[in-house]
Design a protein around this ligand. Sequence first.
Ligand code: ATP
Length: 311
Amino acid sequence: MNVLQINQLTKKFGDFVAVDRLSLTIKEGEIFGLLGANGAGKSTVINMVASLLRVTGGEIELLGKNIAKHTKFAKSNIGIVPQELAIYEDMTACENVKFFAGLYGLRGKELRSRAEEALAFTGLSDKRDSYPRSFSGGMKRRLNIACAIAHRPKLIIMDEPTVGIDPQSRNYILNSVKKLNEMGSTIIYTSHYMEEVEELCTRIAIIDHGKIIAEGTKAQLKAIITNQKDIGIELRSAEGLQAEKLKRIAGVNTVMLEGNVLSIGSDAEVNNLSSILQELMASGMEIRSMAANEPNLETVFLTLTGRSLRD
Ligand SMILES: Nc1ncnc2c1ncn2[C@@H]1O[C@H](COP(=O)(O)OP(=O)(O)OP(=O)(O)O)[C@@H](O)[C@H]1O
């Protein structure tokens, strides 16, 4: 069954096209990753799915029903964990969860028991009567999740839920995503952290300039670049590196530097290693180690867009 079907979705802000005739189908039980650089259009897409933003064009169907026509149905079947924290500092943790569960349509005894359940799920039961202003960033994020899941939505959307939080809360959140999925929710997870998307998601769409430029399982996405080899070179110092010269070597497609580690994407069949090494030595680079890397989603993104996921 399709949980979500998006057809030709478009969003314009004035003349600027943030989402450009984007179509996408998400099936029941998937953890679907939307991967893209800052400003690619991820939040704009999911805010339209969550009816937080008006669409300029196109249609969104949730479980076969058009969300613009079935607003109450959509509200009770979608839970969104927005990128910006949406919790009230002057309400206790429990009051926050009840408030949002109420907005999603829960009432009475059911609302109370589901709120406790959501607090327990996010590890916040002992903080139920505390005010979020005393919480760490990670705890606030978990409360944000509790607010989005108490009404047991069929589709849970998480917009970069691990940005700016401590590693412990990050692991907690990643495990929560897996558990919520095992308990029957379909998940949309947006991130520009390639590692998280690789770990969590069953299917991934790479979005760039408001368009999907590639879509599939991890294996399918990596297969797009099987004709590519990835060379990792650790330098003692990258000072004085001339990336432009490396890019001009035959077969080299991408050159990326993170700290002192250089990643070079090259056509697999071109034997250019000695040219690369000569160029590095000519510009005074001292090589600490070298390795042939497995292509990852970052390489896929870089190959398709010519840019890195993180600026
Ligand atoms: N309200 C708005 N008015 C004008 N432009 C906007 C508005 N909201 C978003 N944009 C623009 O639309 C584009 C897509 O933004 P969006 O927030 O969807 O990207 P994103 O992929 O979620 O990025 P990030 O990872 O930084 O959250 C960006 O260029 C952004 O500046």
